[in-house]
Write a protein that binds this ligand. Structure first.
Ligand code: 5RP
Length: 220
């Protein structure tokens, strides 16, 4: 087990309590959500639940299918009852997401769910959002978007085990900018108004945050 895994598992356990038979569950992305997917699959098997899942990345989709969960596509369902997703940083009012490059599909599923629960370990909690703001951009528009955002020192996210940029599950590029986000709602709108940007990783709509600690979880 790696450092911080217990916290992630405890956060996932907190969200698991919200899952009820017959729900359609939106599965976010990232290592904390991976713990949730593992636990959800066990619960579904043990309690013989009827749960359908929609996923926000190939990563979550592959794990959910491997664990035997029923996975469908968002366009095949009319609504998501509960979305469970991780975050890179959280405050009481906003999140930074996109560390795994899945922010666009995450925002679509999370914002359209009847309830959206965020699961994080305690290292993610901040007073003021400060970290990497991720943007998903259309590849051909990237130079124009970079120029537009030059005051934020934007950088194209580069791949580790492939030449060139990270290509998202949607075939787009990701731009990262380090910053303190004093007014998340305003910035979330502002970034999305720039042509070429598909979505940004500032999230300001969610229902609750479950923080995993070493031996328990807490709703904040
Ligand atoms: C992916 C995300 C993830 O939810 C975020 O990066 C948190 O991941 P982890 O649980 O591994 O820390 O936004 O785009």
């Amino acid at each position: 087990m790696e450092m911080g895994d217990e916290e992630k598992i405890n956060a996932a356990k907190g969200a698991l309590e919200e899952v009820k038979d017959g729900m359609c569950v939106g599965l976010g992305s990232g290592s904390t959500v991976r713990e949730f997917i593992r636990l959800l699959a066990e619960k579904v098997k043990k309690e013989k639940l009827n749960i359908c899942c929609v996923t926000t990345s190939f990563d979550s989709r592959m794990l959910a299918i491997e664990r035997g969960l029923w996975v469908t596509e968002p366009d095949a369902i009319s609504e998501v009852d509960l979305a469970v997703d991780g975050a890179d940083k959280v405050t009481k009012t906003a999140l930074l997401k996109g560390g795994g490059g899945a922010l666009t599909r995450e925002k679509i599923i999370d914002y359209n769910a009847k309830r959206f629960i965020v699961i994080v370990d305690e290292s993610k909690v901040q007073e003021v959002l400060d970290g990497k703001v991720a943007l998903e951009v259309l590849p051909f528009a990237t130079p124009m978007v970079l120029k537009h955002l030059s005051k934020y020192n934007p950088r194209i996210r580069m791949a580790d085990r492939k030449l060139g940029p990270v290509v998202s599950d949607n075939g787009s590029f990701i731009i990262d900018m380090n910053m303190k986000v004093e007014n998340p709602e305003k910035l979330e709108q502002e970034f999305n108004s720039i042509p070429g940007i598909i979505e940004n990783g500032i999230f300001t709509k969610f229902d609750s945050i479950i923080v995993g600690r070493k031996d328990k979880w807490e709703k904040v």
